[in-house]
Design a protein around this ligand. Sequence first.
Ligand code: SAM
Length: 254
Amino acid sequence: MTVPPPTLEIDLLTIFPGLFDSFLSESFIGMARERGLARIEAHNLRNWTSDRHRTVDDSPYGGGPGMLMKPEPLVDGIEELAGPKGASRSARVVLVSPQGKPLTQRWLSEAAGHPRWVFVCGRYEGVDQRVVDLAIDEEVSIGDYVLSGGEIPAMVVIEGMVRLIPGLLGNAESVVKESFTQDILEGPQYTRPPEFRGQSVPAELLSGNHAVIERWRHDKAIERTALRRPDLLRRATDELEELSHKERHQDQEE
Ligand code: SAM
């Protein structure tokens, strides 16, 4: 019997591959790898150096604090793992960077269509601009703050990607209903016992009436989003308005 290729293949370039050991072997990521649904490997960037000290950094031209990641090991490593930049490249190459496009659930859903990835983890003051220009397809940020390295940002993106692998998580519906998947937050959730320290589970959830439960969940999701993230509701309304504007325009042209 031939074994099907993994749904998702990811190579990581990092100077700290050991940071990924437990991340890649525990929980559902470990499960995805064991079941052959994902192949994820962390490669030591120093394998692509050629000097005795396996140097990956150098001081910035023009002065300034800190060091920068040198272009040669990064570009050589990326090209060995993904091929040269261009249409025929076998993988999409992402540099995690605070200057990148903000990571969203939408980005993750779109990413789910691409089977092969290379993630580049920056360190020091970042990477030489020629690495970005010559070898990176896209830059992704996990938020408006600065960490010391790209390993944790890469883990964040990878965790978001792996959990979308079809058939991996038991309840596919739970992935669809989660916060952001429908551009709103998920409402409050409860498990047993029905009463805990004087706090009761809302009667609607105990009613056994599917329609009542669905309506309650929907209302609470909207209420919570309006309170905590009104920007998401505004965006959804704007998008709906834009869509109906386009439809009206099309109708007039026909
Ligand atoms: N000097 C850089 C700047 O101002 O944009 C920051 C470099 S940061 C100290 C070192 C590395 O950590 C970056 O190259 C990137 O790979 C990673 N990093 C830090 N914060 C990040 C974030 N919010 N999202 C994604 N990657 C981040």
